[in-house]
Write a protein that binds this ligand. Structure first.
Ligand code: FES
Length: 116
């Protein structure tokens, strides 16, 4: 991942399990909002774009997980995604997948890169 196309989002250990952190990443001429999650000890990152409609998912700022910490839920119409795959498993866009962003853990930090 070229250093100019990645962003240091957190230090390792910053995010408790089943929590998230939003960020803004510039990829060439495009700026995208994304979110990093810690799901059962592993970090994943996705563009903050619901696959139902072109809307952000967190209707409460930085809130993506359901109450049980089992799924990511869009606040608008309830699309429900698997945290580790981004696959929508319930709601209006079943079978669609969140746009994943590459995550790299290096030197005690968590970096997120631009999509391929
Ligand atoms: S915009 Fe996300 S479920 Fe409709």
């Amino acid at each position: 991942m070229p250093s100019s196309l990645r962003l240091r989002v957190a230090s390792l250990g910053d995010l408790a399990p089943e929590t998230s952190r939003k960020f803004t990443l510039t990829c060439g001429a495009v700026t995208l909002e994304g979110f990093l999650i810690n799901y059962r000890g592993t970090h994943y990152a996705y563009a903050n774009e619901c696959q139902h409609l072109p809307m952000t998912m967190d209707w409460v700022e930085n809130r993506f997980f359901d109450a049980a910490g089992a799924y990511l839920v869009c606040g608008t119409h309830g699309a429900t995604y698997e945290p580790h795959t981004g696959l929508c498993v319930a709601g209006p866009c079943v079978g669609e997948v969140l746009r994943a962003l590459p995550v790299l853990v290096e030197d005690g930090a968590i970096w997120v890169g631009c999509p391929e």
